[in-house]
Design a protein around this ligand. Structure first.
Ligand code: G3P
Ligand code: CA
Length: 266
């Protein structure tokens, strides 16, 4: 029998409020902050000239009007593209300023959060970091230092956390900024998850909702091991209900407004 813990479930806007605005754009993150999200999720990749940008896919083809791999393009190339042009299946607000739909750098996102006027946390995911042999983490840590986010007194007080499917990436981050929490993401059931343990350096478990649907007991096991559980990507009322019943610590969703409403917080 699983007992839900008495705590506030954090609502994390996945790629911004990406159900309502083009993913990973300033538009999506401004909307998420307006909707009341507790935290913002973003994926980061390195451009050919060494900038961290918020893009999920290896290529820009799906989310922009351009083509090519992020790693082969310079920031100026990316800045010439429209990342709002492919959001044709949903109604978007009228974001007439191109700044809202151009490529978003991690630096700009950090500025947005710093100017939010309330505490908004950031969950930053490193994408395919092994390819860059530590450069992604190095630049990420440099940016965190610049924004005063690299040395929280304790992990619980940190306003930022780093997520990855790559244990090596999490290890690099933990070695450089030990009090910034790291989240080990898993898409499929991993033996270590079953046993309630994470790779060295990881402090939080980040299982997919698919894992939690088929193995709900994992949440209690991970909690008993002293770990938090952040579940992605939770978009249906049924899945939100399941997360509430199990007492997960964070719900990562494309629909922060609806989830906050279901939690009775909007
Ligand atoms: O928040 C974790 C989740 O974003 C991982 O999957 O593919 O959406 O980056 P993906
Ligand atoms: Ca992600």
């Amino acid at each position: 029998m699983t007992h839900a813990r008495q705590h506030t479930i954090q609502v994390v806007a996945h790629r911004g409020a990406s159900e309502d605005a083009p993913e990973h754009t300033l538009a999506a993150y401004v909307k998420a902050i307006e909707d009341g999200a507790d935290a913002l999720e973003c994926d980061v990749r390195l451009t050919a000239d060494g900038h961290l940008v918020c893009v999920h896919d290896r290529r820009v083809n799906r989310t922009s009007n351009g083509r090519g791999a992020v790693s082969a393009l310079e920031l100026a190339d990316l800045a010439a593209l429209d990342f709002g042009s492919r959001k044709d299946s949903h109604e978007s607000p009228d974001w007439s300023d191109p700044e809202y739909t151009s490529v978003l750098t991690l630096e700009r996102l950090l500025e947005l959060v710093a100017d939010a006027g309330r505490r908004v946390e950031l969950a930053i995911e490193t994408k395919h970091p092994t390819r860059w042999a530590g450069q992604v983490e190095e630049r990420l840590v440099r940016l965190l230092r610049r924004f005063g986010l690299a040395d929280p007194p304790t992990p619980a007080e940190s306003a930022v956390r780093i997520m990855s499917f790559s244990p090596r990436s999490l290890h690099r981050v933990a070695a450089a900024v030990p009090t910034v929490p790291t989240v080990y993401l898993t898409q499929f059931v991993a033996p270590r998850l079953r046993e309630g343990r994470l790779p060295a350096g990881a402090r939080i478990a980040g299982p997919s909702i698919r894992i939690i649907r088929s193995h709900p007991a994992y949440v209690e096991r991970l909690h008993e091991a002293g770990l938090q559980v952040h579940v992605w990507t939770v978009d249906t009322p049924e899945d939100v209900d399941l997360c509430i019943r199990l007492g997960v610590d964070a719900i990562i969703t494309n629909r922060p407004k609806q989830v906050l409403s279901q939690l009775g917080r909007a």
